[in-house]
Every structure is written in C-alpha cells, then in structure tokens.
Design a protein around this ligand. Sequence first.
Ligand SMILES: NC(=O)c1ccc[n+]([C@@H]2O[C@H](COP(=O)([O-])OP(=O)(O)OC[C@H]3O[C@@H](n4cnc5c(N)ncnc54)[C@H](OP(=O)(O)O)[C@@H]3O)[C@@H](O)[C@H]2O)c1
Length: 373
Amino acid sequence: MKSLAVLGSTGSIGTQTLDIVRENPEKLKVKLLAASKLSQKLIDQIKEFKPEYVYLAQKEEIEGVKVFSGENGLQEIASLDIDLFINGISGIAGIKPTYLLLKNNRKLATANKEAIICLGEVLKEKYSEIFPIDSEHSAIFQSLQAGKKEDVKRVILTASGGPFWNKKNLENVSINDALNHPKWKMGRKITVDSATLMNKGLEIIEAHYLFDIPYSKIDAVIHPQSVIHGLVEFKDGSVISQLSCPDMRIPISYAISYPERWETGVKRLNLFEMGKLEFFKPDEKRFPLLRLAKECGEKGSFYPTVLTVADELAVEMFLMGYIKFTEISQIVERILEKADFKKPENYEDVIFIIEETKRIFKNLYKTVGGKIA
Ligand SMILES: NC(=O)c1ccc[n+]([C@@H]2O[C@H](COP(=O)([O-])OP(=O)(O)OC[C@H]3O[C@@H](n4cnc5c(N)ncnc54)[C@H](OP(=O)(O)O)[C@@H]3O)[C@@H](O)[C@H]2O)c1
C-alpha cells in the first residue's frame, strides 16, 4: 500500500489524483489532503478519504483530523512519513512546498511547473528524482526511456493551441472565450496560459530543467488533436512518443505507479475515430508570450522567475476583467524590461525576486474602480 499526500486536492489535478485513488483502493491510501481553504469540496474529500492530516494555507480547526497551516505547517508536512507527495497546487503558491519537499528528500510527483521554473537555478540537482505530471513531460519522461540521454537529438512538446491558435484577431476575446479550452478541463490560470501559449513557453523551461536538456534541442508544435503528448528524437532518426486520449489521469497515474502501469478507467485511443493528426508551427507574433518565455529560458538567471510571476499577476488582472487578453503579454514584457536582479543562488534569492517582481508590478499597475489607472 502506497501512502499519498495530495497537495491542491480540490483543484483539477488534485481531484483527478483522487479518481486514481478510487480506481486503486487496494494500492493507495491518502494520508494528507491540502488546499488553500476549508471548502465544501475539501470537507467531502475528508469524509471520503479519511486522511490523517490536512494542510490549509488559512488556519482552521477540523474535528478528528490533525490540521497543519501556514508557513510552519508546510515545514511540518514536508517531514511527514508519506511515500509520495503529489503537488497540484496552482501557480507560485506551489514553490515553497516544492522546495521543502525536495530539501527533505521526499518523493515528489509534480504538476506545478511554476515551482520547477522558479527554483530551476537553485535546485537543479534534485530534479532528476521528480516524477513529472504535466502530460507533455510525462510523455517525454516515458519516451526518454527508449534510449540514452547522450543520444537525444531533439525533444518536442506538443500544444493543443488552446482556443485561439488559428484565430486572426485576439484584441477583443472575452474571459469566457479564453477559458473555453477545446481539449482539456483545467484550472483557470493554466487555461488562460494555454490560450496565450505561455503555457507552452513555461513548459519549454520546465523541460529544460527537468530533463537537463539544452534549449537548442527543445521545440514546440501545435497539434490540435492532443493525442501525441510529447516526442523524443534520437540520433539514429527514430522518434519515440506517447499517445493517449487527452486525459490527465494517465500521466497522474503513471507518476504514482511508476515503473508499473495501472488501470486508469480512461477512454481508450481509437485510431479509426481519431482520423488525422495535424501539426502546425506556433505563430510567435500573435503569441508573443511563447517568444518571451523562450528568451527568458535562454537568458536563465532571474528571468524565468520574473516571467512566471509577471504572467501570474497579469493573468489575474485579465480574469478580474481589468485588462484585455492582448495586454497580458504587454504587461509581462514591460515588467521584464524593468527587472534587474543578481542570479539567484538559493531559495531566499528566489523569494526576493518574486517579492520584488510583485512590487514592480504594483508600482506600474495601480487599479482604481475595476480598471488600471
Ligand atoms: N489541470 C491540469 O490539467 C494541469 C495540467 C498540467 C499541469 N497543471 C499544473 O498543475 C498545477 C495545478 O493546476 P490546476 O489546474 O489543478 O489548478 P486549480 O484547479 O486552480 O487547483 C489549484 C489547487 O491549489 C490549491 N491551492 C492554491 N493555493 C494554495 C496554497 N497556498 N496552499 C495550498 N493549496 C493551495 C487550491 O485550493 P483551493 O481550492 O482551496 O483554493 C486547489 O486545490 C498548476 O501549476 C498547473 O500549471 C495542471
């Protein structure tokens, strides 16, 4: 029996992780559930999975369960005796748990790309121990097993392209349009990132750090069918990839069951139904965040962290209705122009860069009456 901690249990990754637990009750036991607040969803999960522990960002008492909270609580959960921690927390809130878990040599399966990117310069040596959950990185993790790392010529991340990849004018797209992802049902922040193609940019940086592969060997292609999740080309010309119906329960399950494979209950891929597979080059003019992310990745140092934080803040503004879709990239670009820090060497440096980026953002963009002043 493997014990699990599900961080972000009420979110898209978290609830799908709990589906895997339901599918494998004889193999998995949830020991800890973590969310930002006590919601009805979390109460229902506590009743169903009966964890020993709960972590909440906001302090609360819950009868019959040991509750950890706040910064100290994170420290405590990172030293619990649990076989595998799943990190499905969204955005930069996932950084501290990732840091503490890796520092404490806990086994970690993570979907939280923001943490991988922001901690990339300071925790690189720990990344080979992580089980990736992002579908593209899981596909690459699986494909890399077909050969030696020194024989890898190229790694290709596929992107569904989101709702707008072939739309000409993005000036007036609405929040609902941006949240209407054609293939994946995900949290709001990553859904907007998919629509701007920032998600693919972040994933390129994530792949660079997770697999220790130079940017010159990482490509991204639009593949609207979302059946091929990632490909690895080896020096003999062979390309190995992983295919499946687009369903996060497959990469989540594999991160938990590795090196075994378990039943997931996911719809099987039907090649006749699938018909054709298409691939297109992403347009970096219409989707400048993809270009910016690549540039930040190549520059390294503080740039990937500033990019990640600036994007999260700009996406929040968009989701609150303060800015247009096309302004997300303009804000990120402007913040990157203003940012200038020394190369982060430790966790404290990363946190300093995050806080300073937030300060730059606040100084540039004050909101008055639901609009940017
Ligand atoms: N969803 C996908 O299919 C998918 C695919 C690939 C990668 N990812 C990555 O996975 C991560 C999660 O995405 P998601 O779509 O699952 O997000 P989501 O649906 O928005 O869920 C976020 C989860 O994080 C929790 N959370 C937020 N702040 C927290 C804090 N300070 N402490 C503890 N828990 C906190 C939320 O709890 P509350 O409900 O209490 O707020 C919720 O459970 C992101 O980094 C995303 O890029 C997601």
